[in-house]
Design a binder for this molecule. Structure first.
Ligand code: CAA
Ligand code: FAD
Length: 384
C-alpha cells in the first residue's frame, strides 16, 4: 500500500485480494451468519472453502503450501471477512498469525513439513494456547508445566478460552519447564489432538463471535516428544510475545472490519429510513454520527496498514501493532454502538446485523491482550 513512499494506493494485486475476500464473504458467509450466531454453529464448511481459496495460510511461503502474500493482503482480507462474519475471521486470524507464522519462522524443517503444510493449505486448523484460568493478562504466570523427561515433555495443566478449541488439530501450547527461571523457563510445544491425556473441555457460551468455538483444554500427563518443542529450551514466552505482535495486527484488522461493516449498513439504512417526511440521513444529527464514524474508521485503517507495512518491510512492529489494536478495537465498539442507534429499534433485533456486530466488537478489546495491556505495551515502547 504505502510501499512506494506514501502513495496511499493499493496495488492491483491487493485490490484483487480485497475483491476476492469481499465476494467470498457476501456469497458464502452472509447467508447463514445469523443462524450460526444464534445457535453457536462453527462455520466448518466455510472455513474449508476459505482454505481452498488460500485465506488460511496467506503469508506462508508457497513451498509450505501457503499463499506467499504480504501482510497488507492479509489485513485487507481480514477486514472484508470481518465485515460479515467475525467468527470466521477469528479462526482465520489465529490460523494465519498465531499458528502458521510462528511455525514458519521458528519451526524445524520436519515441523514445517508435518504441521505447517496442512495448516497453510487450510486442510487442518490450528490453535494457540497461552491463557489459563489464572494467567490471562499476567501471561508469565504459567501454571501449566512441561516437565523435561529426556526425550519427551510431560505436559500437565489447563488452558482457558482457546479459539478453535475443538475444531483444531494442531495446538501450540505454552508451558513452564523451569519455574526457577521465570518467563525464561517457558517452552512452546506442538500438541496434536488425540494425544493420550489431552481432553477438550466445555465450549463457552459467549456474548459475541458465537460461531467461533472457544474451549478450555486439559492436559494430564500428555507425553509430547522433544522434537515438538519450538525453538531453544526456554524460548516459549518470547515466542508467544513475538507471535502476538503479529496476531494483534490481525485482530486490529478484524476490529476495523467489524466497524466498517456496521458503518456501511448504517449509511445505507440512513438513506432508506424515513422520519418526519424525509430520509434520516438528511438530519444533521445522523450526518454527524456518520461523519465521525467515517473519520474514526479511516484513522483505524491507516494504523492497521502501517503496522502491516512495517512487518512487511522487516521493521519492528510491536508498537504499531499494539497501537492499531488499541485504537481499532475502541473504534469498533463505538461505531457499532452508533450503528445500532442509527437503526433505532430495528438495530436491536438480529435481522439487521448491527446488534451482532456490536456484540462481536467487544471481544476485540479483550483478546490478544486487553486494551489496558496494549497501553502497557505502548507506554513501555514510548518510554524506553
Ligand atoms: N514483543 C516481544 N517481546 C516481548 C513483548 C512484545 N510485545 N512483550 C513482552 N516481551 C518480552 C520482554 O522483552 C521480556 O523478555 P526478556 O525479559 O527476556 O527480555 C518478556 O517478554 C517478559 O516481559 P515483561 O518483563 O514486560 O513481563 P510483564 O509480565 O511485565 O508483562 C505483558 C508482559 C506485556 C503484560 C504480557 O504478559 C502480555 O502481553 N500479556 C497479554 C497476554 C495476551 O496478549 N494474551 C493473548 C492470548 S492469545 C489470544 O487471545 C488469541 C485470541 O483471542 C484469538
Ligand atoms: P484478566 O487478565 O484477569 O484481566 C481482568 C481485567 O484486569 C481486564 O480489564 C484487564 O485489562 C485488567 N488488567 C489486568 N492486568 C492489568 C494491568 N497490569 N494493568 C491494567 N489493567 C490490567 N487466549 C489464548 O491463549 N488463546 C486463544 O485462542 C484465546 N481466545 C480467546 C477467545 C475469547 C472469546 C476470549 C474471551 C478469550 C480468548 N483468549 C485466548 C484469552 C484472552 O487472551 C484473555 O481473556 C485476555 O488476555 C485477558 O485475560 P483474562 O481474561 O484472564 O483477564
Amino acid at each position: 500500500v504505502i510501499a512506494d513512499g506514501l502513495s496511499f494506493r493499493l496495488s492491483e494485486e491487493h485490490l484483487e485480494v480485497q475483491r476476492a475476500a469481499r465476494e467470498f464473504a457476501q456469497r458464502e458467509l452472509l447467508p447463514g451468519v445469523i443462524e450460526r450466531d444464534t445457535h453457536q454453529i462453527f462455520p466448518a464448511e466455510q472455513i474449508k472453502k476459505m482454505g481452498e481459496l488460500g485465506f488460511m495460510g496467506m503469508m506462508v511461503d508457497p513451498k509450505y503450501g501457503g499463499g506467499g502474500m504480504d501482510t497488507i493482503s492479509y489485513v485487507l482480507a481480514m477486514e472484508e471477512i470481518s465485515k460479515i462474519d467475525a467468527s470466521a475471521s477469528v479462526c482465520m486470524s489465529v490460523n494465519n498469525s498465531l499458528v502458521c507464522w510462528g511455525l514458519e519462522k521458528y519451526g524445524t524443517e520436519e515441523q514445517k513439513q508435518k504441521y505447517l503444510v496442512p495448516l497453510a493449505k487450510g486442510e487442518k486448523i490450528g490453535a494457540f494456547c497461552l491463557s489459563e484460568p489464572e494467567a490471562g493478562s499476567d501471561a508469565t504466570s504459567q501454571r501449566t508445566t512441561a516437565e523435561d523427561k529426556g526425550d519427551y515433555y510431560l505436559l500437565n495443566g489447563t488452558k482457558n478460552w482457546i479459539t478453535n478449541g475443538s475444531s483444531a488439530s494442531t495446538y501450540i501450547v505454552i508451558a513452564q519447564t523451569h519455574p526457577e527461571k521465570g518467563h525464561r523457563g517457558i517452552n512452546a510445544l506442538i500438541v496434536e489432538k488425540g494425544m493420550e491425556g489431552f481432553t477438550i473441555g466445555k465450549k463457552e457460551d459467549k456474548m459475541g463471535i458465537r460461531g467461533s468455538d472457544t474451549h478450555s483444554l486439559m492436559f494430564t500427563d500428555v507425553k509430547v516428544p522433544k522434537e515438538n518443542r519450538i525453538g531453544e529450551d526456554g524460548f516459549g514466552f518470547k515466542f508467544a510475545m513475538e507471535t502476538l505482535n503479529g496476531g494483534r495486527i490481525g485482530i486490529a484488522a478484524q476490529a476495523l472490519g467489524i466497524a466498517a461493516g456496521a458503518y456501511e449498513l448504517a449509511l445505507q439504512y440512513s438513506k432508506e429510513r424515513k422520519a418526519f417526511g424525509r430520509p434520516i440521513c438528511e438530519l444533521q444529527a445522523i450526518q454527524f454520527k456518520l461523519a465521525e464514524m467515517y473519520a474514526k474508521i479511516e484513522a483505524a485503517r491507516l494504523l492497521v496498514y502501517k503496522a502491516a507495512y512495517l512487518k512487511d518491510i522487516g521493521e519492528d512492529y510491536a508498537l504499531a501493532a499494539a497501537t492499531a489494536k488499541l485504537y481499532a478495537s475502541e473504534v469498533a465498539m463505538w461505531v457499532t454502538t452508533e450503528a445500532v442507534q442509527i437503526h433505532g429499534g430495528y438495530g436491536y433485533v438480529k435481522e439487521y446485523h448491527v446488534e451482532r456486530l456490536m456484540r462481536d466488537a467487544k471481544i476485540t478489546q479483550i483478546y490478544e491482550g486487553t486494551s489496558e495491556i496494549q497501553k502497557i505495551v505502548i507506554a513501555r515502547n514510548i518510554l524506553k
